[in-house]
Design a protein around this ligand. Structure first.
Ligand code: ZN
Length: 125
């Protein structure tokens, strides 16, 4: 069995590139791309064009299925903490890890272990 995935772009087969042409005349066809790995849309699309084609066709249905945002979201001082770090490797110094509040601009130091712990957060959810 092949591990190749098909691009989910709804019009992928309509774009003319050498790699999409399969077979020989008179049975030549232009086909949807296959690959073991795609880099767009969480690994589902061969290009941003194919991703955009799919979104134009299905974004409305997908949003309605998974829940349409009906109220604006608010980033508050309590939820605006993001992890960040300064890379100091080029000076042979350890990297500096910290929490940064995107609203107040306050910085609080973190250990590298806290930085790497995805459960460690200052945000109150
Ligand atoms: Zn495609």
């Amino acid at each position: 069995m092949s591990n190749l995935k098909l691009c989910q772009g709804t019009r992928c087969h309509t774009y003319f590139t050498k790699d999409r042409v399969k077979g020989t005349a008179p049975n030549k066809t232009n086909q949807t791309r296959r690959s073991s790995k795609f880099y767009y849309g969480d690994g589902n699309f061969c290009s941003t064009q194919c991703q955009n084609d799919w979104l134009n066709d299905f974004a409305d249905k997908a949003i309605n299925h998974f829940g349409r945002l009906t109220e604006p979201k608010h980033l508050t001082e309590e939820t605006a903490w993001v992890k960040d770090y300064n890379y100091n490797g080029y000076r042979n110094l350890p990297d500096e890890h910290y929490y940064h509040n995107k609203i107040t601009r306050e910085k609080r130091p973190l250990t590298e272990q806290q930085y790497n712990d995805s459960n460690y957060t200052l945000n109150e959810r």
